[in-house]
Each structure stands twice: as structure tokens, then as C-alpha cells.
Design a protein around this ligand. Structure first.
Ligand SMILES: [Zn+2]
Length: 92
């Protein structure tokens, strides 16, 4: 049996000659077997991205730092106790 779900087969095309490149698993060729065009890192990244990351999951877009929770408002600073009343001058 040669069962290969179509959904698992993603066509990667050579950006140079446009021919469909054989993709095995999640491996992207570094060079086109047809036109011998060597893919640039950017092109390889693009191909990998189109593979969808089955198998080794590429970094699935970091969800981003959750961000600091909104500050719950600075706790009210304890009020400075009123300045002690000046001692009354003794006597008169
Ligand atoms: Zn090519």
C-alpha cells in the first residue's frame, strides 16, 4: 500500500525554476536538483514556513511576553502623621 494523504504533501517550488521540489518530511533542500540554484537562507526559511511545521515545530510565534500585569495601583502611601503640634509655650 502506498497511502499518502494529500494533505501531508506540500509542494515546495523552486523560486528559481518553479519546479516542484521533493520534500521529505520536514527537510528542505538547500539546492534545487533541477536548476542547481542554491537557496538562500531566506528562501529556505520561506519553504520551511510553508511546510507548516509538521514534525519539528518551528518556533510557533512566541505568544509574546504576557506583559506585566497592570500595576494594581501603588498602595496608598501611609500618610505622614501630621506634624506633632508644637508644644505650647509654657507659662505666659
Ligand atoms: Zn530550480
Amino acid at each position: 500500500m502506498c497511502f499518502r494523504p494529500a494533505s501531508a504533501q506540500i509542494d515546495i517550488k523552486c523560486p528559481e525554476c518553479g519546479k516542484t521540489l521533493p520534500v521529505v518530511g520536514n527537510t528542505v533542500l538547500k539546492k534545487c536538483p533541477f536548476c542547481k540554484h542554491e537557496f538562500t537562507d531566506a528562501e529556505i526559511e520561506t519553504m520551511k514556513a510553508s511546510l507548516g511545521g509538521s514534525g519539528a515545530p518551528g518556533a510557533p510565534a512566541a505568544p509574546g511576553a504576557p506583559g506585566a500585569p497592570a500595576a494594581p495601583g501603588a498602595p496608598a502611601a501611609p500618610k505622614a502623621p501630621g506634624a506633632p503640634a508644637a508644644p505650647k509655650a509654657p507659662g505666659k
